[in-house]
Design a protein around this ligand. Structure first.
Ligand SMILES: Nc1ncnc2c1ncn2[C@@H]1O[C@H](COP(=O)(O)OP(=O)(O)OP(=O)(O)O)[C@@H](O)[C@H]1O
Ligand SMILES: [Mg+2]
Length: 508
C-alpha cells in the first residue's frame, strides 16, 4: 500500500434496523486500483454496508472519507456526487423502458427543449459496448435475458464514471463465460485506478479477482486479509467463527420404481424432442451452458410455458396439458431462478410467501392463517434455518440468501411429486447451502423426483444421481457413476465430449 490516503475509508460505521443491528462499527479502507472483496454468511450485513456506501440510508452512524475528505452519504445523489457507483444484488432496471433510457436515466441528453435521441442512442451504445453487449439501445429491458440485464446494470453504473464501484454479487446470474468477461472489465477498471468493492459467496472468484478481502460476521468486521497469503479454509473459519463441518453430504439412497416419464417434449425455438425417465427417489441433474434451454424446458414441464409437442406420464397416468394451477395440483413444483421478479411477492410477509402456493387463490394468508398453516410456516423456517425466523416480517427486509430459503420453503410446502429446482442456492452462503442440500436430498429420500438445474458444478455433480446434458435445446446425453464429474459435465455441455444418448435410456 502506498502512503497516500485510501480512496474510501469507513470509520466505525453502523446501521440499525428496528430489532437488528445490521452493521456494527465497521472500519474499512479501500485503495485506488484495488479490488477489495467483502464476504460473510447470509445476513452478515454485506448488502447493508454496501447500501450505506451507495447513500441508501440517511441514518447510518460513523464516518466516511472519500479521497481523504469527509463525506456524508445521505442520499444516492450524494454518493454519486463523490464518485460512488453501485451494482445492486437485486437488479434495479425498469423493465418497460429501453436500455438507453435505463442507462442514462436522470441525465438524458437534451437539445434545446427536446430529448436528443441521436445522442442518447450513441451514448447508450458506447456504454453497452463497454461491457461487451451488442444490443440495440432501443430494446426494452423486459425483452432481454437475465444475464444481459446483469451486464446492462454494470454498464449503467459505469456510465456515471465512478471512482469507487461497489458490486453486490455481480456474478450470481452469469455463466462462466460471462464471468470471464466481467473479470476482464474489472481488471480494466482496476488498471484505470478505480477502487472496487466486490461482494460474493464464491471464494474461487475472490481468489481470482481480488487483492484483499474483508470478512463480516454479525455486522462486524472480523478481519481483513491479503489474498496472496490466505486460504479458503481460513476465510470460511473467519466467516462462521469456527471450524467448518463436512459440507457435502453425498447421498446414498437407491432410486425406486419408475415414476416420471417425459416423451419428445418440444417447444419450437426453445427445446426439441426431449425425453427422459426418472424413478422415485432420484435426483436428476440437468447440465448445460446458459441459453441451452434448461430453464425453458423446466418451465414448460410444469405448465408455466406451453408445449408444442410431447407427453408426460406421472405415476402411470398421463398428464393432460393444462393450466399452471393444474400442474401444481398434480404435484409439480418449479423453483424459479429469478426470485425477485418471479418467485416472491416482496410486499408480503414471510408467512404469506411460504403459503402462497398452497392457499386457494385470492385468500390472503394474514386473514386465513390457521393453526395448521402456522405450523407449516414454523416448520419450514426451522428446517431451512431462515434468519430471522419471524413469519410476520416483510420478506423484502430479509437478506438475499434468506429470501432464497423462503422461496424453497414455498415449494416444499406443496409436498411436490416432482420438484424442479432452477439454481436453488443462488446467493446463499456455504452453511445455508448445506441446509438446502439436505432439504433437497430429503425430498428425494421420500420417493419424489427432483430435477436440478445448477451452474454450480460441484453442487450439480454432488447432489445428482445422474446428469443429463442439454445443448442448444436438445438433451444430448447422460453422465452417471464415475463418468459424472465436474470436468465431464463441462466438456459435454460445451460439445467437446460425446455422451450417450439418453432419449431411450435412463434408469427405467
Ligand atoms: N429493511 C430492513 N429492515 C429490517 N432488517 C433488515 C432490512 N434490511 C436488512 N435487514 C437485516 O439486516 C441484516 C443484514 O442483512 P444484509 O442484507 O445486509 O445481509 P447480507 O450479508 O447481504 O446477506 P446475503 O448474503 O444473504 O445477501 C439481516 O439480519 C437482515 O434481516
Ligand atoms: Mg446481500
Amino acid at each position: 500500500m502506498n502512503a497516500t490516503s485510501p480512496t474510501l475509508e469507513l470509520r466505525a460505521v453502523s446501521k440499525r434496523f428496528p430489532g437488528t443491528l445490521a452493521v456494527h462499527e465497521v472500519d474499512l479502507q479501500v485503495q485506488a486500483g484495488e479490488v477489495h472483496a467483502l464476504i460473510g454468511e447470509n445476513g452478515a450485513g454485506k448488502s447493508t454496508l454496501m447500501r450505506i456506501i451507495a447513500g441508501a440510508y440517511a441514518d447510518y452512524t460513523g464516518e466516511v472519507r472519500v479521497n481523504g475528505r469527509w463525506a456524508r452519504l445521505a442520499s444516492p445523489a450524494a454518493a454519486r456526487a463523490v464518485g460512488i457507483g453501485m451494482i445492486h444484488q437485486e437488479l434495479s432496471l425498469a423493465p418497460p423502458l429501453s436500455l438507453a433510457e435505463n442507462l442514462l436515466a436522470g441525465r438524458l441528453p437534451v437539445k434545446g427543449m427536446l430529448l436528443d435521441r441521436a445522442a442518447l442512442r450513441k451514448d447508450a451504445q458506447k456504454w453497452l459496448a463497454c461491457v461487451g453487449l451488442d444490443l440495440e439501445p432501443d430494446t426494452l429491458v423486459e425483452a432481454i435475458s437475465q444475464h444481459e440485464a446483469q451486464l446492462v446494470e454494470i454498464a449503467k453504473a459505469l456510465s456515471n464514471q465512478p471512482s469507487i464501484l461497489v458490486m453486490d454479487e455481480p456474478t450470481s446470474a452469469l455463466s462462466r463465460a460471462e464471468v470471464e468477461r466481467l473479470f476482464q472489465i474489472i481488471r480494466d477498471l482496476k488498471s484505470n485506478g478505480l477502487a472496487i468493492i466486490y461482494v460474493s459467496h464464491h471464494l474461487s472468484e475472490i481468489f481470482e479477482i481480488a487483492d484483499r478481502v474483508t470478512v463480516l460476521r454479525d455486522g462486524r468486521n472480523v478481519g481483513t486479509r491479503g489474498l496472496s497469503d490466505a486460504t479458503s479454509r481460513q476465510l470460511v473459519e473467519l466467516m462462521i467463527g469456527g471450524a467448518p463441518s463436512d459440507l457435502f453430504a453425498k447421498r446414498t439412497t437407491r432410486p425406486g420404481q419408475p415414476k416420471l416419464q417425459v416423451q419428445n417434449l418440444t417447444r419450437v425455438g426453445f427445446f426439441h424432442d426431449c425425453s427422459f425417465r426418472m424413478c422415485a427417489g432420484e435426483v436428476l441433474g440437468v447440465g448445460g451452458l446458459s441459453g441451452a434451454g434448461r430453464s425453458e424446458l423446466a418451465r414448460s414441464l410444469c405448465g408455466i410455458d406451453p408445449l408444442d409437442e410431447g407427453r408426460i406420464f406421472l405415476n402411470d397416468g398421463e398428464l393432460m396439458p393444462g393450466t399452471y394451477g393444474e400442474y401444481i395440483r398434480a404435484g409439480f413444483a418449479y423453483l424459479t431462478e429469478d426470485r425477485k421478479a418471479q418467485g416472491l411477492a416482496l410486499r408480503l410477509t414471510v408467512a404469506e410467501n411460504v403459503l402462497a402456493a398452497i392457499l386457494p387463490r385470492g385468500c390472503r394468508a394474514g386473514v386465513y392463517l390457521g393453526r395448521r398453516q402456522q405450523g407449516v410456516v414454523q416448520r419450514y423456517l426451522g428446517q431451512l434455518n431462515v434468519q430471522p425466523p419471524e413469519p410476520d416480517r416483510e420478506i423484502a427486509t430479509l437478506s438475499g440468501g434468506n429470501q432464497q430459503k423462503v422461496l424453497l420453503a414455498k415449494w416444499l410446502a406443496t409436498d411436490p411429486e416432482v420438484l424442479i429446482l432452477d439454481e436453488p442456492t443462488r446467493g446463499v452462503d456455504v452453511g445455508a447451502k448445506a441446509v438446502i442440500h439436505r432439504a433437497i436430498a430429503e425430498v428425494a429420500d421420500r420417493g419424489k423426483c427432483v430435477i436440478l438445474i445448477s451452474s454450480d458444478l460441484s453442487e450439480l455433480v454432488g447432489l445428482s444421481d445422474r446428469v443429463v446434458i442439454m445443448r442448444r435445446g436438445r438433451l444430448i446425453g447422460e453422465l452417471a457413476g464415475e463418468r459424472c464429474t465436474e470436468a465431464n459435465v463441462l466438456l459435454a455441455a460445451n460439445g467437446e465430449m460425446s455422451v450417450f444418448n439418453c432419449n431411450r435410456g435412463g434408469t427405467g
